[in-house]
Design a protein around this ligand. Sequence first.
Ligand code: HSE
Length: 433
Amino acid sequence: MTQPLKVALLGCGTVGSAVLRLLDEQAADLTARIGRPVEVAGVAVRRPDRHPDVPAHLLTTDALGLVTRPDVDLVVEVIGGIEPVRSLLLAAFEAGKSVVSANKALLADEGGELHAAAAKAGADLYYEAAVAGAIPLLRPLRESLAGDQLRRVVGIVNGTTNYILSRMAETGHGFTEALAEATELGYAEADPTADVDGFDAAAKAAILASLAFHTPVTAADVYREGISAVTSTDVARAAEIGCTVKLLAICERVPGNGDGEGDSVAVRVHPAMIPTTHPLAAVGGAFNAVFVEAEAAGQLMFYGQGAGGQPTASAVLGDLVAIARNRVAGIAGPGVTSYAGLPARPIAETPTRYHVSLDVADKPGVLATVAQEFARHGVSIATVRQDGHGDAATLVIVTHSAPDAALSSTVTALREMPAVRAVTSILRVEGLS
Ligand code: HSE
């Protein structure tokens, strides 16, 4: 019998248990696909007594001892968080092991250091499960699209917030009620901050941008707004102009002088109105999807389940098979390049478009003064619609693209205008032609 490849599993929560189950259920197929059997060498957990389903002889609290054991070939990390995982993975590379990780926070913050350690060791670092769960996305960016130039990657990469926004659109409820429902049904965690405030999506955006633009991007480079300020009025206004509200992770290469010089990378996470005809508008409930625009390939869309034990384990096992095959062949897979080193563009200088709804008095000259305020900030108006008349008129304005700072200072100025009774809805707009 051929020597098995030995796997150290770090963490055994929902995803880790699903990985163990799939490794067991699919053992024969995995052996055939890899060319050698895969054997679990050990499972590092904090509390062994909480894992009665795992054979006791595999459980250990000594994660460092496990990842550096001479007989271990591959490490699968599904613990999450920065430390002690960062140190454990660096120790694993130092000992020559290849690593699969599902850890978006770690990859977003320390991806450069980990890739350098993997390269130095001639080992692999794969992390398909870190972004959009089961959806094959990072290896397509890393490998399938390696011959193309990417312009934009726009994704719905957080299922919790997509569920909440979908329910707001379906029921007309506000954010608080929709969050309460998501919590009750188990879509939102007891502490929903990471999801609702956009931290989870920002970490994923950093990873996507790094791979898409061959540039180091960390979570700190990502502009971030969550969905807690999205109101039922925002959602209703969106519907009135043929749009829906989504929390988008947007990674784009902003051209400089046209020949590549002066290009920068703008990465942002915020709620936005998108036309209901846009492919991302159809992504409902807790699903994820990522829309990619490339020079030669054109538009591509990746869709599927972004969370859950079994779907995430599918991505982990895909990576496991890839790095196991490389081990069998005695090679390391393609690394990640950051040669482009493009600067991060601040949100203030990033071109965006706004939708603004204003309550105004329907009197001569009001529209002119409002339009003048946009002009004064160098913002061009794309469309204006007025609903109602008399004291209860509403102006709905959609702008052309302008630096975000110009748009936000326009809105600040509008709030001060005597003719404007209230600014009832402001959201960025994406995907309009
Ligand atoms: N909490 C994430 C979501 C899944 O709601 O999509 C894990 O990244």
